[in-house]
Design a protein around this ligand. Sequence first.
Ligand SMILES: Cc1cc2nc3c(=O)[nH]c(=O)nc-3n(C[C@H](O)[C@H](O)[C@H](O)COP(=O)(O)OP(=O)(O)OC[C@H]3O[C@@H](n4cnc5c(N)ncnc54)[C@H](O)[C@@H]3O)c2cc1C
Length: 502
Amino acid sequence: MEARVGADAIEAAINALRAALGSDAVIADRDQLNEFRDPFYVLGDDSHDVSAAVFPVSVEEVQSVVRIANEHKVPLWTVSQGRNYGYGGAAPRVKGSILVNLSKMNRILEINEELGYAVVEPGVRWFDLVDALEAAGGKWWSSIPDLGWGSVIGNSLEYGRGHTRFGSHGHNIAGMEVVLPNGEVMRTGMGAMTGNKAWHAYPFSYGPTVDGLFMQSSMGIVTRIGWRLMPRPEKYASCWVHFDGDEIIVPVIDAMRELQLDETINNYPFLGRGVSANAEGQPDLDPNSQKWALRFALYGYEEIVEAKWRIVERVLGSIPGVEIGRKVYDGTDRVGPDKGIHDDRVQAGIPGMELLDLYKVPFGPDTGHLDFSPIGPLIGSEVLKMVRQVQKLYDEFGEPYAAGCMLLPTSIIVVSVMFFDPKDKEKTLRMFENFDPMLAKMKSEGYGLYRTGIYKMDAVADTFDFNDHALRRFVETIKDAVDPNGVLQPGKQGIWPQAYRG
Ligand SMILES: Cc1cc2nc3c(=O)[nH]c(=O)nc-3n(C[C@H](O)[C@H](O)[C@H](O)COP(=O)(O)OP(=O)(O)OC[C@H]3O[C@@H](n4cnc5c(N)ncnc54)[C@H](O)[C@@H]3O)c2cc1C
């Protein structure tokens, strides 16, 4: 899809941006813009190229950008760090869009030591936030995803996932500030009241709570959020369960559901095969492996962590064919890059980049990957069915199946990863083609995806088809009302503004 305005309108918008924000704030040089291509797609492909990138440094500058886009009807695509690797990176859906890169709005506006929240701008990375928390005394931990270079806001707006107690990042947002498609600034929740003292401490609005409208969405540009933190525990146990063969998934998952629902385990566990953990618990990548490794964490006072571990031993340790183990750390003993393995660090909220290195093993530095991530209920027999179904599809395509499932208390995201070499155009395109029958099959079995990249957003949106896509039609109605020129992120998650529909 190309921008539905002429090159002259795009040129005029770029000139207006230079005039409003200064020439240094705008990149229009083709070579420099190539940096914003998706590194996990056909190398050299230009079908999602941006026409320029603009780097606002304040809310007022974001407002100017949006107003200029409206004046010239030029589409914008927003990123906070643009490291959305596996889902399109910084690349937009519509070729010729102007990239709004918020990485220079990178202030941590507050760390509230009593209530346990931080207030951050979009450019704040996991590395920055955790450094600031440590510098403030380390009383608070942040949940983090696997890689530390992404932003708190970009990841959380995508319903990104972390691995501590606070790992459901979409849930972790406590109040937002948003620049709307008409350039106006709005604050959600209690923040809608000037001077309200509980903006980042209370989750709802008076009347409808609209924060969800800005997640996986094209309704606004989020310029700050409140972010809930986790109190540093006295003890932290990094635990694992290993087993060989798929059948044992059933009792393990059923036990995990009970342990999560009664909050014996209250982080977000991860179950992998062929990716991220081997039998020794070390990061490993072997898509042909039949060994499953589940990791989870226990946090709290020493007595609580010990008591919980005894329950884990009784419930999980008694399952035939299962091995369990743990490493216990003091909460103050930060499991740094030289200590512990990735699993230990990520569950303690210590950001790193080691998993990206691991993902480069199959095809070297240029390795690309495409994630397929259906959600199912957390019931052992259902999870085994899903895993076998996904395995069958990978077998049909002759590709290895690397599984990395994320457990919630009542559901599971059965993520699988297809690796490819972006230098090999034919093979890369075949991987993306394989996605479609997988999507159709899982939809026919009643499973939908939690997130997807720019290439498959329409296809995934099509699977949410209840009552002739009533949800999509409702969201499109809102989109047309708030963004009549269709300038913000057209096509994001399959929502097209009127000017781009049909
Ligand atoms: C090896 C590997 C491991 C990974 N592990 C994880 C993991 O554990 N958990 C996980 O969730 N992901 C994971 N990812 C995926 C991805 O790297 C992360 O989600 C990353 O944090 C997203 O990057 P970002 O913060 O730069 O997002 P961005 O690219 O900045 O943003 C993502 C999207 O959100 C929207 N957006 C961003 N900012 C705004 C804004 N201010 N206002 C409105 N909309 C906005 C845009 O549509 C944008 O395209 C992994 C990827 C790799 C390669």
